[in-house]
Design a protein around this ligand. Structure first.
Ligand code: NAD
Length: 238
């Protein structure tokens, strides 16, 4: 066990008010590519940059191209929770972890058994007709071609927050409260580049801020403990 893991274990063992703030890096060990790693989606070649394709304007103007990208790159129906998802669910069951705040849209924390999951950017598993509001599961998008359409003729929109769209206010409020009241805050698998989500970590007031990331976050946080590595491989040792 390294010195960092020993320190992390001590912090975790001594707390029953842990909050986890994660991003796409939490699911790379489940085989889902993130955006900004070397093999992430932003380094792959597309007709338009992924940030553009995943914007509200693009969705409205070019829905066919939006859904082609969305189906190919954001839906991962075969992905399974990894060691990080499972460990967080275990800590919650043990009464140690209060909430998982995630920027991910893959639903894997819930599959692993986590209950209090705040999905800042929504979920690919929920989809709604823009005209009548009817709910659809992920299959409605995955198994359709072109622009997915409701039985009423309306377009089905994934319940994910696109660039230019606002975050759900209740979710934001709860996330701020959990972070502000946390004893331990773990930030993992995120570049802290997507706002306003990334700014939420600034509400933390404690002195046990842990960062677990493959690439260093530099001065984006004032971490008390930095572990440079994979989050699943790290948490499984605690
Ligand atoms: P990002 O791609 O900007 O950054 C990911 C970070 O995680 C990088 O710093 C990378 O070094 C690190 N990382 C990668 N694998 C890791 C691992 N196994 N352990 C520890 N660190 C690891 O991701 P972001 O900050 O979450 O922002 C991207 C946006 O894209 C988010 O809004 C997110 O919703 C969305 N997104 C979600 C998914 C998903 O739901 N799984 C996948 C791709 C992108």
């Amino acid at each position: 066990m390294t010195e960092e893991i020993r320190k992390l274990k001590e912090i975790i063992d001594g707390s029953d008010n842990i909050v986890f703030f994660g991003g796409a890096g939490v699911s790379t060990e489940s085989g889902i590519p993130d955006f900004r790693s070397v093999d992430g989606l932003y380094r792959q070649q597309w007709s338009d940059p992924p940030e553009t394709i995943l914007s509200h304007t693009y969705y409205e103007r070019y829905p066919e191209k939006f859904f082609a990208f969305y189906r190919a790159k954001l839906l991962c129906p075969d992905a399974k929770p990894n060691a990080a998802h499972r460990k967080l669910a275990e800590w919650e069951r043990a009464g140690k972890l209060k909430a998982v705040i995630t920027q991910n849209i893959d639903g894997l924390h819930q599959v692993a058994g986590s209950k209090e999951v705040l999905e800042l950017h929504g979920s690919t598993l929920r989809n709604y007709c823009e005209r009548c509001g009817k709910f659809y599961g992920v299959e409605a998008i995955a198994h359709s071609a072109g622009v997915p359409t409701c039985s009423c003729g309306g377009r089905i929109k994934p319940d994910v927050v696109l660039y230019e769209e606002g975050l759900n206010e209740d979710t934001l409020y709860k996330a701020v409260r959990y972070i502000a009241e946390a004893d331990v805050l773990i930030i993992a698998g995120t570049s802290l580049a997507v706002y306003p989500a990334a700014g939420l970590v600034n509400y933390y007031r404690g002195h046990k801020l842990v960062v677990i990331n493959k690439t260093p976050l530099g001065d984006k946080t004032r971490a008390d403990l930095v572990i440079t590595g994979a989050v699943g491989e790290t948490l499984v040792q605690v």
